[in-house]
Design a protein around this ligand. Structure first.
Ligand code: NAP
Ligand code: ZN
Ligand code: ZN
Length: 347
């Protein structure tokens, strides 16, 4: 038997989100039924709900930063019990047998994986995300939220946290490393907290100095405005690693000039248009230009444990579901401090 639950959905790419109902599947052998408490709003929700990344599936219930409490489990579930605090991120399934899945890199599943929303599951049914009261997810794609983390500030970790943690670890952000976080929004502010907790010397590169006080408070040692040409002169050749969280196209050449020899510019921001590059910007200085997508399930658990250990939650603005459309506009205007989180009780 399916369960009918309330949700907020975009009926089409041009329309605002509105309250509706959706069906959640019955709890199968390895499934966990989660009573959603909080859902973060990621900029990726907006890119997809407005078809900025291409054709999407409607109605769309966005939301891949989900924190809640286990309400029921299937008979085969061993990892979770009723009452546990759990999270779900961007993936709810993958092939589980390709080289990448076997290596814990489900986000790069060679057969594609199943997104938490705007996707079809293995039975061809559309998936619906976290802007809803409940969700049913296989335990293999459910993670534990440690006791030390409140569910509201933990929700954004399921995407913003892992998307910054994974590349910061992979590119060895740590003591003795100069790391710049480019873009100080939802991902960016978690990047600052995590890079600082890893022991790196952290610089924020933001469009303006408007949020400087917050940046220094959250773990950056330095804060520069990219609208100021002098920033590029002063910081030339400075960084071992630049992590870009910017949601719009950038002038990559000028940012690559800020790297040391052998430095890496790692992009997690996912703008809707392609960007141009002068290849001399990487040739001179043997620089790396790379990208990174969310993180695997095991690494997501590792990130949550790390954040709990270091007391790192997201800085959030809690909203009711009726404020989602307004929140989208504020995200688009870079006016978010630093993640909108929907109180699922208001859906
Ligand atoms: P966000 O909260 O809107 O933050 C993006 C930040 O980028 C803004 O706060 C702003 O920082 C900066 N920015 C925006 N427009 C800009 C422009 N025109 N020029 C320069 N800087 C600009 O968004 P988010 O949720 O952190 O997501 C950021 C991007 O990452 C999105 O494209 C999202 O889709 C993508 N994403 C990728 C992954 C992945 O797996 N790779 C996962 C999640 C999200 P300042 O105000 O400091 O300038
Ligand atoms: Zn996201
Ligand atoms: Zn796979």
């Amino acid at each position: 038997m399916t369960t009918t639950v309330a949700a907020y959905a975009a009926p089409s790419a041009k329309a605002p989100l509105e309250r509706t109902t959706i069906e959640r599947r019955e709890v199968r052998e390895f499934d966990v039924l989660i009573d959603i408490k909080f859902a973060g709003i990621c900029h990726s929700d907006i890119h997809q709900a407005r078809e900025g990344w291409g054709e999407a599936m409607f109605p769309m219930v966005p939301g891949h930063e989900i924190a809640g409490v286990v309400e029921a489990v299937g008979p085969g579930v061993t990892k979770f019990a009723v009452g546990d605090h759990v999270g779900v991120g961007c993936l709810v399934d993958s092939c589980r047998e390709c080289e990448n899945c076997e290596a814990g890199l489900e986000q790069y599943c060679l057969k594609g994986g199943v997104g938490t929303y705007n996707a079809l599951d293995k039975n061809g049914e559309p998936t619906y995300g976290g802007y809803s009261q409940k969700i049913v997810v296989d335990e293999a794609f459910t993670v534990r939220i440690p006791d030390g983390l409140a569910l509201d500030v933990a929700a954004p970790l399921l995407c913003a946290g892992i998307t910054t943690y994974s590349p910061l670890k992979h590119w060895n952000a740590g003591p003795g490393k100069k790391v710049a976080i480019l873009g100080f929004g939802g991902l960016g502010h978690m990047g600052v907290k995590i890079a600082n907790a890893l022991g790196a010397e952290v610089t924020v590169l933001s469009q303006s100095l408007r949020k400087k006080d917050d940046g220094l408070k959250l773990g950056a040692q330095h804060y520069y405005a990219t609208s100021d040409e002098a920033t590029f002169k002063e910081l030339r050749g400075t960084f071992d690693l630049i992590l870009s969280t910017v949601s719009a196209p950038l002038n990559l050449d000028s940012y690559l000039s800020l790297l040391k020899t052998d430095g890496a510019f790692v992009n997690v921001g996912a703008p809707e248009e392609p960007v141009a590059l002068n290849l001399f910007s990487v040739i001179m200085g043997r620089k790396t230009l790379a990208g990174s997508g969310i993180g695997g399930i095991q690494e997501t658990q590792e990130m949550l444990d790390f954040c709990a250990e270091h007391g790192l939650g997201s800085e959030i603005e809690l909203i009711s579901a009726s404020e989602i459309n307004e929140a989208y506009e504020r995200v688009l205007a870079s006016d978010v401090r630093y993640r909108f989180v929907i109180d699922a009780a208001t859906i």
